[in-house]
Every structure is written in C-alpha cells, then in structure tokens.
Design a binder for this molecule. Structure first.
Ligand code: ATP
Ligand code: MG
Length: 652
C-alpha cells in the first residue's frame, strides 16, 4: 500500500446520518433482491403515456442488446414541463445569468413550456419530424435548453455540439449524425470575446460538401452581430418562432426510441457518437440527480458544465427539470470580468447544489483562498465534482474553503456512455473520503477485473479494470451507425460485463478510487502505476497547480515515468529535484520519474480533460503521428510542448 493511500484513508470525513444510511441500505437491499421491481418503482418518478410492465431486458452477450422499459411510452418534454404546470407552473425552472453581469433572466415552468411549444411548432413547420437529427450549436443561453426540449417534444433526435468546435469538427459530426437542421446563433459572447457561430456553421456546411444532409439553419440572435443569411436555408429564429402557437401536442415516444446522440470528449481518440434512448435515460436522469444531489423543490442547482457534455444534458437540463427543481445556466467565463465571478453568482441566486470539474477547482485554487472567503456562500448545501479524478488536496480545498466544512463534496464517476453518475458518495449514507469515487449508487454493480478480463471476485483490496456486471437504465445503447465498434469497445474485454476503459483500486471496505485510464497505466519494472496516483502525489506539493503523468518506453524498466507540471506561481517555480523527491517519497522509489517538465499549460479537451495520449507522444518525441487533434481546447499548446521537450530532453 502506498503512502498516498494511507494518508487519504485517515481523512475519512464522518458525516453519517443514521436515517439516510438506513434509507440507502434499504434501497440497496431492495434492488439486490428484486431488481425488476426496484427499477419499475423508479419508473414511477415519471409520467408515462403507457406505464411499462417490464424493466430490464438487456443482454451483454453476442450482439449486445440494451433495452429498458420497452413497452412504456412517454414524452420527455411533458415530464420536464407539462406535469409541473398544475402545482409549480409559476416557479422558476431556469435561471439564466448572462455573460454580462448586469444581464439575467428567469423563466418559470409555464414560460419555458410556452417557448418550447413555439419552437417545436417552428421545427414542424420546416418539415422536421420524429427521428430526424437536429444539431444544436448554441452558447449557454435559455434558447439552448428550450431547443433541446423542443426536439424532445416532437421526437426529433438532438445532437448538441460544443460552441468552440472548428468547422471541420462540426462538419464531421454533421455528416456522421446525418443532421437535417442546425440551430445556431449569430455570434456567442465568451467573456470579452465574441465567437462567430454562424460563420463557423457556414464553413462547416461547405466542408460537408454535397453529402451534407442539412436543409435548414436556424439562427438565434444572441449578440446583434450581422451575419450572412442564405435564402431558403437560413431562418431568423425570432421571425420563425415568435408567431407560433404556445401549445404543441407532444409526440408519444416508445421508451426505446432514440432520444439523443452525444459525442464523447475525445480524450483517448476520435470522438464517438453515443446513442441514448428515451425512457431509460429519463428515469436514470431523474433518479441519479435525486439520489446523489437531493433534488428538492425550490432549491437552485448549478452544474457549470457546458450543455454540450453529458453532465450538461443530465445535470443541467433533464435531471433537474424532470425533478421540478430550478437549474442555473451561466453564459460566461469563470474568471471574467473578475476572478470571483462564480462566487458572486452562487450568492446572488442562492445556489444550493453546486457541481463542477476538477480542472475548474484547480484553477480556482490557484486564485487563492481570499476570493471565496470574501463571499458568503451560505446557501450552499452540496458540492459535486466529476470529469476527472479529483486529487485529495483539491477535494479538501473544495470542502474547507468553498463548502466551509459544511457541505459534503460528492465525487462522481461517469461517462458519456453511462449518462449519469455510476460511482458516487451519497451524502449522509457513508463517510466521505477525499480522492475516492466511493461506491456504486444503489442499483449499480461495479466490479474489477484483471488485464485478461477475469473478475477479481469478492470485496477485498484489489486493483484492476473497472467494469459493470449488470445494465442500468441510462446505459448507452450503441455507437451511432457502428454497433460492431460498440460491442468491441465495451463488451469484448470481459465476457458478460461492460468495460469502462478506466482503472480503479478497491479498499477493504469496497470503496473505489479511479487510478486513471487503462490505456494510460504505466508499467515500471513490473509495477503498474495509474496516472492519478502519480499526479495526486505531485499535486500535494504547494508549488504545483496541476500535473499529468505519462509512460515512455525505457530499455531497462520497460517504461519510465515523465511528468508535466504546471507551477502555481511562475515567480517561485518548484525544482525538478524537489518534485522527484516528493514522488519517490510518497509512492516509492520505483516511481522516480525519468524527467519532469515544468510547462505553462497542459493539452486539454474542450471539456477540460488532460489528453495524456498526446503528452505520451510528445514525451517520446513521436511527434509526426499525433493523431486526431479536433477535440483539443487550444491546439497552440502542442507546438510549445514539443519545442520544450526537444530542448530539454536528455537521452538516458
Ligand atoms: P473519449 O471517450 O472520447 O476518449 P472521454 O472518455 O474523456 O473521451 P467522457 O465520456 O466525457 O469522454 O469522459 C468520461 C471519462 O472521464 C471517464 O471514463 C473517466 O476517465 C473520466 N471521469 C469522469 N468522472 C470521473 C471521476 N469522478 N473520477 C475520475 N475520472 C472521471
Ligand atoms: Mg471515454
């Protein structure tokens, strides 16, 4: 056992409430003894046109078929809006804080319902029908939520695309998804900048050439930017939508009809279009938000993720709205126009549940403790983190400085493929442990396997590949247009299990810690080390803002470790010798890195994840085969890193 593990173990934070612990234990018992009854009961969280009589008919064998609630029928927008009209129609569904601190808007369930119906009618007027794919390429404005729900209302399949994608990135996704329409805007506001959305879409459509299926482009006016409009294809949103009726009969969908496609972040390679269907997804969204974040009526929930990621779909839009809670949408940037912007928003709108990613937490930590301390933050009740492993030091900072030791920090592990959190601490039900994604939520059966895909049975200490033994309602049904790749990627590694691609360690109590992606595991002289273990060790040093570890081939050891470190302050950067000592002391001498590079920035995906596959190539100086760069947030980081490695690399 390494020092890192011993130290995290003594940080257990006891916040157990016996009533909550019993409630969750009872749920676990119920799902274990009769999963079918348990999941049918969870279906009762929604209003169905036809209530399902069967829950799970999935099989992980052969051609893999994931099916939930297959004889049920429902409409997602009805569940997020119509059914709340009678008793909470005038409560706020959506709080919108604009990029400009002086601009905000609140929409009640009734107002959002009217807008969604108008857009749905407008889409129908363009001939868009059930099953058609509609790409949504909008910034974080109320229209993005309304357009997603409008697609849901008419049974169109939305494909939300991140605003910052290049024309090539968008073009590829439009072709791959076969979108018939795109909803975009003139130009988006991001801090002091304007991002030319419409120009990007025009270029993307040129890129897709004659095989492009897009017939209509709807343009929302976000920033009064004049843009060229192509007659017959392009439509002004206001002109198209404003005259429409505020009622629109919802399309009754089968539970297994495709609801949306969403591309993964692209950390490990080319992004994949993940397929989610209607009934199972929405039950899962409603269930997971409520179980992990207690979606109480009248509270405000703020998940900072862009709606173009799975966390945005489930924790910004569908989960909160299906539960009838208020969701906050922020158009702007974290540190603009001043570094305390997020804290100001929490106080202004009395946010009670706040959810963000480790990359943001580390950036906020870098700004120091004073900023959050200057704000009240008294409305906060729960803090969440997902997207990457959160190092214990960042977890504790979040807990002590932001949550004022009052709010549990809930580290949740999920994927685009899982649609919602699978591993998560449940506040009150178990002690919290910094750096550990804890356990499967009730109904989820995680397991660990060795590299051959054989289960490491029991619940004792082990380290291996994170798999799941049974299906869950929000499980992805396929990769769009490539079911073979779906079966191979997730089900061929371990027979009868879903393989996540991530590694995890289990302690004696069954708690799980994510050690990094299996593709990134470093094998030094037979010691297998997860990237998160090394990164956590470096991050404990106060001089370090963030770090990424990769393996390079080594003649004697098989692989050697290379670490890229971003210093907290450029005035007093840490020395390589000091950081090397930190790592070998905290993990062991075998983990002594070959080289530590102090760099200005790490390559990240647009969803904020470190792209280690690229760092591995750069560290090995294999720079002529860098692979797909379309998912990178800032490509200019790459040549800077290549230059630095070339200059400082000393062959062993
Ligand atoms: P691609 O699949 O295209 O390579 P991606 O895996 O980064 O991209 P996402 O589906 O957005 O795309 O991210 C899921 C991954 O994020 C998980 O497999 C895991 O590696 C990481 N992750 C998410 N939440 C956590 C968490 N709480 N702790 C550790 N890792 C996490
Ligand atoms: Mg992935």
């Amino acid at each position: 056992m390494s020092t890192t593990q011993t130290e995290t173990a003594i940080w257990d934070i006891e916040t157990v409430d016996p009533a909550k612990a019993l409630e969750i234990e009872t749920m676990r018992g119920n799902v274990a003894s009769n999963p079918e009854a348990f999941w049918l009961e969870q279906a009762g969280r929604l209003d169905w046109a036809t209530f399902p009589t069967i829950a799970n008919t999935s099989s992980f064998e052969g051609d893999v078929s994931i099916r939930w609630y297959e004889d049920g029928q429902l409409n997602v927008s009805v569940n997020c809006l119509d059914r709340h009209l009678a008793d909470r129609g005038d409560e706020v569904a959506l709080v919108w804080q604009g990029n400009d601190p002086g601009v905000s808007r609140q929409l009640t369930f009734r107002e959002l319902h009217a807008e969604v119906c108008r857009i749905a009618n407008a889409l129908k007027s363009l001939g868009i029908r059930r099953g058609d794919r509609v790409a949504i390429h909008l910034p974080m404005t109320p229209e993005v939520v309304a357009c997603m729900l409008a697609c849901a209302r008419i049974g169109a399949v939305h494909v939300v695309l991140f605003g910052g994608f290049s024309p090539e990135g968008i073009g590829e996704r439009l072709i791959d998804s076969g979108a018939v329409a795109v909803i975009t805007c003139d130009a988006a506001r991001r801090g002091p900048k304007t991002i030319p959305h419409k120009v990007t879409i025009d270029a993307a459509l040129k890129h897709t050439g004659s095989i492009g299926s897009v017939k209509n482009v709807i343009v929302v006016n976000v920033s009064d930017t004049v843009v060229p409009m192509l007659p017959g294809r392009d439509h002004d949103y206001t002109a198209l939508v404003s005259g429409q009726s505020t009622t629109c009969e919802p399309e009754i969908m089968n539970a297994e009809d495709v609801f949306f496609l969403l591309y993964t972040s692209g950390s490990t390679g080319k992004p994949k279009a993940i397929v989610h269907t209607t009934g199972g997804y929405l039950v899962w969204a409603a269930y997971t938000v409520d179980v992990t974040f207690a979606a109480e009526r009248g509270t405000t929930h703020w998940c900072t993720a862009d709606v173009a990621w799975i966390t945005g779909h489930t924790f910004v839009v569908y989960g909160p709205l299906a539960n009838g809670t208020t969701t906050l949408l922020f158009e702007g940037l974290m540190g603009w126009p001043h570094a305390g912007r997020w804290w100001e928003i929490i106080d202004r709108f009395n946010v009670s549940s706040f959810f963000t990613a480790p990359t943001a937490i580390r950036a906020l930590m870098r700004d120091g403790d004073d900023l959050p301390r200057r704000h009240s933050l008294a409305s906060l009740r729960r803090l969440g983190s997902a997207g990457e492993p959160i190092s214990p030091d960042a977890w504790l900072w979040y807990y002590e400085i932001v949550g004022q030791k009052r709010c549990p920090v809930i580290d949740m592990w999920w994927q685009t493929e899982t649609a919602g959190p699978m591993l998560s601490a449940i506040a009150g039900a178990q002690p919290l442990r910094p750096g550990w994604a804890t356990t499967g939520i009730p109904g989820v059966c995680p397991s660990l396997t060795n590299e051959k895909g054989e289960e490491l049975v029991g619940s004792g200490e082990a380290e291996g590949c994170l798999c799941f033994n049974t299906s869950w309602p929000g499980q992805t049904r396929s990769i769009w247009g490539d079911h073979k790749r779906f079966c191979e990627t997730y089900f061929s590694f371990s027979k009868g299990r879903y393989f996540s691609g991530d590694g995890a360690r289990r302690d004696g109590q069954g708690y799980l810690m994510i050690t990094g992606r299996m593709d990134d595991v470093i094998n030094v002289s037979g010691h297998r080390i997860g990237t998160a273990e090394i990164e956590d060790a470096v991050a404990t040093d106060h001089s370090v803002a963030e770090a990424a570890a990769v393996g390079i081939s080594h003649d004697l050891k098989g692989q050697g470790i290379v670490v890229f470190v971003v210093a907290r302050s450029t005035r007093v950067p840490p020395s390589e010798a000091h950081l090397t000592k930190v790592i070998s002391e905290r993990i062991g001498r075998y983990a002594t890195p070959e080289k530590i590079y102090l760099v200005a920035e790490l390559p990240k995906t647009r969803s904020g994840k470190i792209v280690r596959r690229l760092l591995r190539k750069i560290a090995s100086q294999e720079t002529d085969s860098l692979g797909d760069l379309s998912s990178l947030a800032d490509v200019t980081v790459v040549p800077a890193l290549i230059g630095q490695v070339k200059e400082q690399f000393q062959p062993a």
